[in-house]
Design a binder for this molecule. Structure first.
Ligand SMILES: [Zn+2]
Ligand SMILES: [Zn+2]
Length: 341
């Protein structure tokens, strides 16, 4: 049995469980799923299960439930186990040098008698050279070795690589599961817990960041900036775009928060049901804005944001993308008379 404490990913865990229980371990896996649902954590747990000294199942076959306590499990968790390595993007990409290093060590003898595991995090960020080098390893995999590639953008992974991997799908996590994760880890009021769970969009990592207060400021800023939209003050809007685009990693967060905002306005306008809101703490403001904007405009706003999110995920230029989003939203939602007033 392969089990680990990742919640809400039964489909993925059962694929890995079948592999571990049967001993039929693929040479390469591609973990596909949204950012922040536990793909990397699961890859590490899988590596532990394959190597754990306590983990052999009752029938005596290799692998099992990683104990998390033995020297092997602890070394893997700390990144100190010589036969388990994680390769992450260095800067924006995974470079050819990083893959060469993996190929070099794959050609050497293993340090232990267990399984060698290489985890490639955000494997869609490999340069073309790096991907082609990895492909050569996937075509001639070293014995007792597993490559685990993770990605939230599977369409950016070379098809020839995908075809060499067993695909394992991770999904968004249900609201009750997120609530359970927050209950386990934090001492929150019911109101806060439900707010964070609903804002998380099914992403445990996001719910945890919210509960730690790490996203509170970003959210306040994101919602504050929305008040500038529709003022038709082009210079001010371009300035906002410039300051936001400096930090590409947080842009997706902003776009998602804005999407949840317009979604809430639309939902409230169409259903009048405040129980369906994600931004539950902002009910009053949302109902105020709901009266000012037509359903068509709100749908268009959400479309503009979704297009931008897709473009960013496909490595579009951050500044151009933000200029376009903010100016289009401003034009869409602005009242042409307001600037003169
Ligand atoms: Zn162990
Ligand atoms: Zn067994």
């Amino acid at each position: 049995m392969f089990r680990c404490n990742i919640r809400g990913q039964q489909e993925a865990l059962s694929v890995l469980d079948r592999a571990v229980s049967s001993g039929h371990i693929a040479h390469a896996y591609l973990f596909i799923g949204p950012e922040g649902v536990g793909k990397r954590t699961c890859a590490i747990e899988f590596a532990k299960a394959l190597n754990c000294q306590e983990g052999s199942c009752s029938r005596g076959c290799q692998g099992g439930i990683p104990c998390g306590q033995c020297p092997t499990c602890r070394a893997i968790a700390d990144g100190n186990f010589p036969d388990v390595s994680v390769v992450s993007p260095s800067g924006a990409t995974i470079r050819i040098e990083q893959v060469r290093e993996v190929r070099r060590s794959a050609g050497l003898k293993a340090h232990t008698s267990g399984w060698r595991v290489w985890v490639f995090e955000d494997s869609d960020k490999m340069t073309e050279e790096a991907a082609n080098a990895l492909l050569r390893t996937l075509e001639e995999p070293p014995p007792r070795s597993v490559m685990v590639l993770t990605t939230s953008n599977p369409f950016l992974v070379l098809p020839t690589i995908v075809s060499r991997c067993q695909v394992v799908r991770f999904g968004h996590v249900s609201l009750p599961e997120i609530n359970a994760i927050l209950t386990e880890r934090f001492d929150l009021s019911d109101q806060d817990r439900e707010l964070f769970a609903s804002l998380s969009g099914g992403i445990p990592a996001k719910a945890i960041r919210l509960a730690r207060g790490e996203e509170r400021q970003a959210r306040e800023r994101a919602l504050d900036l929305l008040r500038k939209i529709g003022t038709r003050d082009t210079l001010e809007i371009l300035k906002i775009s410039e300051s936001l685009a400096e930090d590409r990693t947080s842009l997706v967060g902003y776009l998602e928060m804005w999407t949840s905002w317009y979604r809430d306005i639309l939902i409230l306008k169409e259903t009048g049901d405040t129980g369906l809101l994600l931004n539950r703490d902002r009910q009053e403001e949302i109902s105020g804005v709901a009266c000012e904007n037509s359903t068509d405009k709100l749908i268009s706003a959400i479309q503009i944001l979704q297009e931008a999110l897709n473009a960013l995920r496909q490595n579009a230029n951050a500044r151009l993308c933000m200029d376009s989003v903010l100016l289009r939203l401003d034009r869409l939602l602005g009242d042409p008379r307001r600037k003169e007033n």
